[in-house]
Design a protein. Structure first.
Length: 274
């Protein structure tokens, strides 16, 4: 498996600095937060996109994904959501990223209604994703925190260009066992976000291995898939991306000082599960 980290842990950091840090700490890739408050967003000019791409190419680091904030199941016109998806897909293509992360964002609406709305919009954007060679990944998050919730939507979409992003924290906090999450998401899985927290009620980010999330179990499930008898659609190159949510917890220690130990911890878990 290959290792990445998310720039949610270092908000506002220029892309070239992120690329250099990733290379210096031994990561294969980076998950770039795509937001107007960040250096990478859909408003970048063609020249600015080339600069970002060049910085990562020079560092020998892959841009794994754009962590976008499109809420595909939220109320409102379909056209606006689909256009936002198209803009993020174009940015991902220009930067050479494999994936674009999206949320369901259904709020308190009935789950079956959100499922239909989200699936309709994702299906509408899927042909563009295919043309650009990028996959849309619906994250286990907010109204669709469990694997079973995401799988319902993906079953309605039924398109290879639309898959799943497993954030290990949210299904676990919702009471879904990692083995159950993996079982329903395996046919759709793009990559996996890892993190650690103090408890189900305290989601302040912690260094990997110092909290309560079942990271060893998750890595073992993925290792069996990538190297065992029942491979996922992308068995040759599974990715783990550390999402350290310092943007929401400014008091948390700096990510840069934790990247090396985190890589060592994940590498050890991968080795022990092989």
């Amino acid at each position: 498996m290959k290792l990445a980290f998310s720039t949610l842990g270092m908000p506002g950091t220029p892309a070239d600095e992120v690329a250099r840090l990733a290379a210096a700490t031994g990561y294969h890739g980076v998950e770039l937060r795509a937001h107007p408050d960040e250096p990478v967003h859909v408003g970048l000019s063609p020249d600015e996109r080339l600069e970002v791409t060049a910085a990562f190419k020079s560092a020998g680091v892959e841009i794994l994904a754009l962590a976008g904030y499109t809420r595909v199941g939220a109320p409102g016109p379909d056209d606006e959501v689909i256009e936002d998806l198209h803009e993020h897909l174009a940015l991902a293509h220009d930067l050479g990223a494999r994936y674009v992360r999206v949320f369901a964002g259904g709020g308190d609406a009935p789950a079956e209604d959100v499922d239909v709305i989200a699936a309709r919009r994702l299906a509408a954007a899927a042909p563009r994703a295919t043309d650009l060679g990028v996959r849309l990944l619906l994250e286990t998050h907010d109204s669709h925190s469990r694997g079973v919730d995401v799988a319902r939507v993906l079953g309605l979409v039924g398109h290879r260009a639309v898959g799943a992003l497993w954030d290990v924290m949210h299904p676990w906090r919702s009471g879904e066992d990692p083995s159950a999450t993996y079982a329903v998401l395996a046919p759709h899985l793009g990559y996996v976000q890892v993190k650690d927290i103090a408890s189900a009620d305290d989601t302040t980010p912690l260094p990997l291995g110092s909290g309560v999330l079942p990271l060893a179990e998750c890595v073992e499930l993925l290792s069996r898939a990538f190297y065992g008898d029942n491979p996922t659609p992308e068995p040759q190159e599974g990715w783990l991306s550390w999402e350290y949510e310092k943007a929401w917890y400014p008091e948390a220690p700096a990510l840069a000082d934790l990247l090396g130990p985190a890589r060592e911890h994940l590498s050890r878990l991968i080795a022990e599960s092989a």
